[in-house]
Design a protein around this ligand. Structure first.
Ligand SMILES: Nc1nc2c(ncn2[C@@H]2O[C@H](COP(=O)(O)OP(=O)(O)O)[C@@H](O)[C@H]2O)c(=O)[nH]1
Ligand SMILES: [Mg+2]
Length: 191
């Protein structure tokens, strides 16, 4: 995958705007502020491609980036406390529509390496599971975890998400680049 061929194409606010051109779709999901945009930027070796640090929970859109003929689908973040119920409902409807669409090729769930996955993370994972697509979990912000406790943290994530042999858990840091090559290789193998 030539990461230099990457462009933002469009945002979709509803199912009628979803892209259905037959190209593979790699769907990225994660809690607001987990570093989803930063992971995408690191993956593509860009500074400000997917926007980092914009007000969390403000954008209930599906964002499409085209990377060398593959759709990188940035699903809206979840779990931000200050979001209104109506926005949460909108998020739920949009997610349901996307997962029901059958458009997803592979799922990338980004979690925080420091903490046990939240109930929302588990729900998201179940959505990926029900779509039947191969799953990759990225444990981001590893740079913030002491080396001596990293294995333990990864074990907690595996256990809480009940990861199987087919699932792939990638220790990652968007900050220092740990796991970037592994994630790229995994995604290339899936498309
Ligand atoms: N230390 C550290 N900070 C990170 C990492 N990834 C993201 N961040 C920071 O976490 C915050 C949220 O990142 P962002 O990419 O906007 O998260 P998003 O809401 O999931 O898209 C920003 O301040 C980032 O600089 C990481 O791997 N390590
Ligand atoms: Mg973001």
């Amino acid at each position: 995958m030539n990461i230099h061929k990457a462009e933002f194409v469009k945002s979709a606010a509803g199912a009628k705007d979803f892209l259905r051109d037959g190209r593979p779709q790699l769907a990225f999901a994660g809690r607001s502020n987990v570093g989803k945009s930063s992971v995408i930027n690191r993956l593509l070796n860009r500074k400000n491609f997917a926007r980092v640090g914009s007000t969390p929970g403000k954008t209930v859109h599906v964002n499409y980036f085209l990377v060398d003929g593959v759709w990188l689908v940035d699903l809206p973040g979840y779990g931000y406390a200050k979001v209104s119920q109506s926005e949460k409902d909108r998020w739920g409807r949009l997610m349901e529509a996307y997962f029901r669409s059958g458009l997803i090729t592979a799922g990338v769930l980004i979690v925080d390496a420091r903490h046990a996955p939240t109930g929302d993370d588990v729900t998201m994972l179940e959505w990926f599971r029900s779509s039947g697509c191969p799953l990759t979990v990225v444990a981001n912000k590893l740079d913030k975890v002491k080396k001596s406790t990293r294995e333990e943290c990864l074990g907690i994530i595996r256990e809480k998400l009940q990861l199987t042999e087919e699932d792939c858990l990638i220790p990652f840091s968007a900050e220092d680049g740990t796991g970037r090559d592994a994630l790229l290789a995994r995604l290339e193998a899936l498309t």
